[in-house]
Design a protein around this ligand. Structure first.
Ligand SMILES: [Zn+2]
Ligand SMILES: [Zn+2]
Length: 324
């Protein structure tokens, strides 16, 4: 598997996943950048947007879906998300696009791409008010409603979605497996649940939100209401919460890579997030040499290539150092 962060933070999120021979299965987890930026960064990664098989959405907020309307109009990738997220996107679309929405791919019907529903499960929670802006004008044509808690196979990648607590319609994280490697993506989430920990524990590469430093947020310029929203159990994870989640999923059976994601521009810095998480891990007695920690930049981030890791330790160390 090859994984590249195309952008991370409140200003936009997208992760490129490639798996299979010659990286033939190409997915995006979220598409929350301006479309031109997203396409430019895909090209920098050597990928044409037309090669993107599907976009997996964690939730409908704008910083995760901004590029979707243009991407759909030009390239029409499959959109995979919880049905409530799809509904929220359609609800917030301009009327002229709502007519084209809803021709969903039935998850129970096998697709030519080798997609099949494996384990349907109950949907998480009720709809909640969306406090962040959501994307408008969405020409959804090909969608796969994958309920949070379900899994499917898409090309070379097994996709497991799991619910996370956040103030969106049906927010989820993803555990993606291919070629014996697993990548777990947990972004916007106000708290950590046992089902999230179970998914994180399995990951060789964990992309985990470390949104803010709690003290910096409390002292900072945000309104009281916004501070309370971010700190709530359905807001965003702090550096300390991220560290606690890492400790709760600590593995002693090998190296693990952890990218700290969705850093706030106002209430965090890459250096602060890294030092804070490292300090909490050290205070708990964790052996830091067992994890490769790197904060993700707002711009194009590091690449993780499972086929190179076993041969080229220096390559990874260089990537890590350049991000700090
Ligand atoms: Zn959000
Ligand atoms: Zn977000």
């Amino acid at each position: 598997m090859r994984v590249i962060s195309l952008g991370s933070g409140s200003s936009g999120n997208a992760v490129l996943i490639e798996a299979g021979p010659n990286g033939r299965t190409r997915l995006l987890v979220d598409a929350g950048l301006p479309c031109r930026t997203l396409i430019n960064r895909l090209h920098l990664a050597g990928v044409s947007p037309a090669q993107i098989l599907a976009v997996l959405l964690t939730h409908e907020h704008n910083d995760h879906t901004l590029a979707l309307p243009t991407l759909l109009k030009r390239y029409d990738p499959l959109v995979i998300s919880d049905p409530a997220t799809l509904a929220a996107l359609v609800d917030n679309s301009r009327p002229e696009f709502q007519a084209t929405a809803g021709s969903q791919v039935d998850a129970e019907q096998p697709l030519s791409l080798g997609l099949r529903e494996k384990r349907p499960a109950a949907r998480q929670g009720q709809h909640r008010a969306c406090a962040e802006r959501v994307t408008t004008s969405l020409p959804l044509r090909r969608t796969l409603a994958l309920s949070a808690g379900s899994s499917c196979l898409l090309g070379d990648v097994e996709i497991v979605s799991f619910p996370v607590p956040h103030d969106a319609a049906a927010p989820c994280g993803y555990l993606l497996s291919a070629g014996g490697c697993r990548v777990c993506v947990v972004v916007d989430s106000g708290s950590v649940t046992p089902i999230m920990l179970e998914a994180m524990r399995q990951a060789d590469l964990l992309i985990l939100e470390a949104n803010h430093d709690r003290e910096r947020l409390l002292r900072g310029p945000y309104t009281y209401a916004l501070k309370m929203r971010i700190l709530s159990p359905t807001g965003h994870l702090s550096n300390e919460q991220a560290a606690q989640a890492i400790l709760q999923t600590w593995r002693t059976d090998g190296l693990r890579w952890i990218w700290l994601a969705h850093l706030s521009q106002v209430n965090n810095t890459p250096q602060l997030a890294l030092r804070s998480v490292q300090r909490h891990l050290l205070e708990a007695g964790a052996a830091l040499q067992q994890v490769h920690l790197a904060p993700l930049p707002r711009t194009m981030g590091p690449a993780w290539d499972s086929t190179r890791l076993w041969h080229d330790e220096h390559w990874w160390r260089y990537e890590t150092l350049t991000e700090i």
